[in-house]
Write a protein that binds this ligand. Structure first.
Ligand code: XMP
Length: 535
């Protein structure tokens, strides 16, 4: 995939230490700045082979030391001739490890080995008809009649020893292979769904060329992480802040499995959770899993700090600040407790957070922590067992560990909780109204089987009242806003087209069951221009 700017992976920094345990036998994606490097890694993982993205300037000897079974060179900038275009270190091709170059990755491979890449003056974008020339290798019996392309330059002459295995109108070398050296290149994108045989081609590379075994499963991830955590923590003690979300819950369970009661979880219940959420954490962790749990009920303190505050950013700041203070106070108590001070802090940092923050520095505390960042001066070593996992993989691991479905599949919920869904003053009374309305909405969305299809669905309580009539009485009460969106990543979102019957049920139930509400309205705004949350 041609990127518009320079390569994203330019900084030289140490590789993520978590890779050393996970990479052997897996396939590493060498990132030349493609939009789709992560997607390639995902596709490989879907084939049950571990995969991770590494920067293109990782020295070949470092890659070799990770013992991957194969390498994929990703797409990248428009042209290998562009000034500053990331160069392929040709030694990568001499490691004896099978390599698949995709788009720019194939062009770099061709260029490094003496082939020819040229501006053909004819780019190919989107669905492109293709003709297979050789079926001895990756194409074998695949129905490869069309593929998905995105390029201007093309390999016009394959390097010596390579066989051209496919061509298109704009790419005389749409695919090439050197089977003896196990070097492969494709101009098209096998990782996107628009290349219908793409996954099968990747499987050919993984299981035939690289001889990978499809063993990367949730059970294996758990086993690996447990061993890793034991090695890191030794006889030490750890503490984890639970938020009620799936990431911190799975991270905590993994650490508990590894070190047992030497983990203490601190659940700061800020009183801004939804109905029954606090109890759910208590029942699962303190009860079912038997994890030492400090449940801090801080609603009163939080509402005190929020009294009279209506500005959304102020609310966030106050909640973040109070959360940190409470967590610090509780950690301080643990310092003096039996077994000595915890030296390790467990965090549910995900692979996407690692990539997003552009940092491979394991010691950096996640800046966009769910609630607003944990204190940086806590001088604790981080334990981050999810650093190599995507969100959906975390869910699968959570299921395998026996986490209740309600927590595994919980829609994203903001750290400041219901406070940013109550416009204006956050009071106990208004929290109660919103919580009840939200509960009805959640229940009906789940009953309709839509909960997992929606990115988020929730109720909002505005700061206005309107006139209504119930029975013979005139009412003057709050409206509730229904907000439901579909999205892939929360960067953009569309309002969900909920069935009218469902909306009717939700509306009737909220008005009948929630005192203080006399009207239900629907938010029909996509993002942009709206945000998902109302504050
Ligand atoms: P917006 O409202 O900006 O939200 O479209 C995008 C995603 O981020 C969540 N969100 C937050 N999460 N702290 C959080 O932990 C916050 O202050 C916060 N604000 C928004 C929101 O729920 C959505 O998933």
């Amino acid at each position: 995939m041609a990127a518009t700017g320079a390569a994203s992976a330019t900084a030289k920094a140490p590789l993520d230490p978590a890779l050393a345990a996970a990479a052997p036998g897996g396939v590493l994606v060498v990132d030349f700045g493609a939009q789709y490097s992560q997607l390639i890694a995902r596709r490989i993982r879907e084939c049950r082979v571990f995969s991770a993205v590494v920067p293109h300037d990782t020295p070949p000897e470092e890659l070799h030391a990770l013992e991957p079974a194969g390498l994929v060179l990703s797409g990248g900038p428009a042209s290998v001739y562009e000034p500053g275009a990331p160069a392929l270190d040709a030694r990568l091709l001499e490691l004896g490890i099978p390599v698949l170059g995709i788009c720019y990755g194939m062009q770099s491979m061709a260029q490094a080995l003496g082939g020819e890449v040229a501006h053909t003056g004819r780019g190919e974008f989107g669905k492109t008809a293709m003709e297979v020339r050789s079926r001895d290798g990756l194409f074998h019996d695949l129905p490869a009649e069309s593929c998905w392309m995105s390029h201007r330059d093309a390999v016009v002459k394959a390097p010596e020893g390579f066989r051209v295995t496919a061509e298109t109108a704009g790419s005389p070398v749409a695919a090439m292979e050197h089977r003896a050296r196990r070097l492969y290149g494709v101009q098209f994108h096998p990782e996107v769904i628009h290349t219908p045989f793409g996954t099968d081609l990747l499987k050919g590379f993984l299981f035939d060329a690289c001889d990978c075994a499809p063993t990367w499963t949730a059970a294996q991830v758990i086993e690996e992480q447990v061993a890793r955590i034991r090695a890191q923590v030794g006889e030490g003690r750890a503490v984890c802040a639970l938020s009620g979300g799936v990431d911190s819950a799975v991270a905590a369970l993994l650490v508990h499995k590894a070190i047992g009661d030497r983990l203490t979880c601190v659940f700061v219940d800020h009183g801004l959770m939804r109905m029954n959420e606090g109890e759910q954490v208590e029942t699962a962790f303190g009860g079912h899993f038997g994890v030492p749990l400090v449940h801090v009920r801080a609603q009163e303190r939080m509402l005190g700090a929020l009294a009279g505050v209506t500005d959304p950013e102020q609310k966030r700041k106050i909640i973040g600040r109070e959360f940190i203070r409470i967590f610090e106070e509780e950690s301080q108590k643990l310092q003096d407790g039996p077994g000595g001070a915890p030296r390790f802090l467990v965090q549910g940092t995900l692979y996407s957070d690692v990539i997003e923050s552009g940092s491979r520095d394991a010691s950096k505390i996640k800046s966009h922590h769910n609630v607003g960042g944990l204190p940086e001066d806590m001088a604790m070593e981080l334990v981050e067992p999810l650093r190599q996992l995507f969100k959906d993989e975390v869910r699968v691991v959570g299921q395998e560990l026996g986490l209740p479905d309600g927590m595994v599949w919980r829609q994203p919920f903001p750290g400041p909780g219901l406070a940013i869904r109550i416009i204006g003053d956050v009071t106990e009374e208004r929290l109660d109204i919103l919580r009840r309305a939200d509960f009805v909405l959640q229940e009906e969305i789940r009953r309709a089987g839509l909960y997992r299809d929606l990115w988020q669905s929730f109720a909002v309580l505005p700061a206005i009242k309107s006139v209504g009539v119930q029975g013979d009485e005139r009412t003057y009460a709050y409206p509730i806003v229904i907000r439901a969106v579909t999205s892939d990543d929360a960067m953009t979102a569309d309002w969900a087209r909920l069935p009218h019957d469902l909306l009717e049920t939700i509306s009737n139930r909220i008005i009948n069951e929630v005192n203080g509400v006399n009207r239900v309205v629907l938010d029909l705004t996509s993002k942009p221009p709206g945000t998902i949350e109302w504050e």
